[in-house]
Design a protein around this ligand. Structure first.
Ligand SMILES: O=c1nc[nH]c2c1ncn2[C@H]1C[C@H](O)[C@@H](COP(=O)(O)OP(=O)(O)OP(=O)(O)O)O1
Ligand SMILES: [Mg+2]
Length: 201
């Protein structure tokens, strides 16, 4: 296990992501700070062409202002029948950052497409930047299917539409702990931790 007695800043404005990251890091005895714990508020424009570029833009933006390692994640939903959309545009698919509108747009674009063709993938890329500019990149994916009607109240974003066959539930029907056993974000953090010792020294 990594010697992570130090702190890490989770650079996200998304409360749902923050809750998941804190839950995972706390269980590993790692102190995860949020943007609320620091004074510098900046606005990062996510104009990269890939998840990795966007995660790096966010991590870099904050790493310049704080003296501790910064973690940023860029994530999104890739729907096979929509050629991978919304992808990097997941947060602003219906225009602004509105989960209900984004979900409605996905459902309308998938109208008439049968269950077996509604396969999808949640992807997360994490970039951690140290103050000296060194960086670590980690990835995670989760396969599922897009329902026609949302189910469940937990989680955030597209969770009520994302059905996991093996569990017979959507992500929004799972507790945070349950989602964090299988999610793309949890797998990306596992990938991160596997590389962490070598990165940290
Ligand atoms: O586990 C998830 N469950 C449901 N939806 C999810 C998940 N993970 C990402 N998503 C969706 C939400 C958002 O529409 C987009 C991420 O966009 P993304 O730019 O990475 O995050 P964000 O703008 O909400 O926060 P921030 O950039 O401050 O980290 O994909
Ligand atoms: Mg964003």
């Amino acid at each position: 296990m990594p010697r992570m007695n130090e702190e890490i800043l989770i650079a996200t404005k998304n409360e749902g992501k923050l809750k998941e990251f804190k839950n995972i890091f706390e269980k590993k005895g790692i102190k995860a700070k949020s943007l609320k714990d620091i004074s510098s508020a900046i606005n990062v424009v996510e104009n990269g062409l890939t998840f990795e570029e966007n995660a790096r833009l966010k991590a870099e933006g904050y790493a310049r202002n704080v003296g501790i390692p910064v973690l940023a994640d860029d994530s999104g939903l890739q729907i096979d029948a929509l050629n991978g959309r919304p992808g990097i545009f997941s947060a602003r698919y219906a225009g602004d950052h509105n989960d209900a509108a984004n979900n409605a747009k996905v459902l309308s674009e998938l109208g008439g497409i049968p269950n077996e063709k509604r396969t999808a993938n949640f992807h997360t890329t994490i970039v951690v930047r140290k103050p000296d500019g060194a960086e670590l990149i980690a990835n995670g994916d989760l396969k599922g299917r897009i329902l026609s009607v949302p189910r469940g109240e937990n989680g955030f974003g597209y969770d009520p539409l994302f059905f996991i066959d093996g569990r017979n539930k959507t992500l929004a029907e799972m507790t945070t702990d349950e989602k964090n056993e299988i999610s793309h974000r949890a797998l990306a953090i596992q990938d991160l931790l596997n590389q962490f010792d070598a990165f940290w020294k």
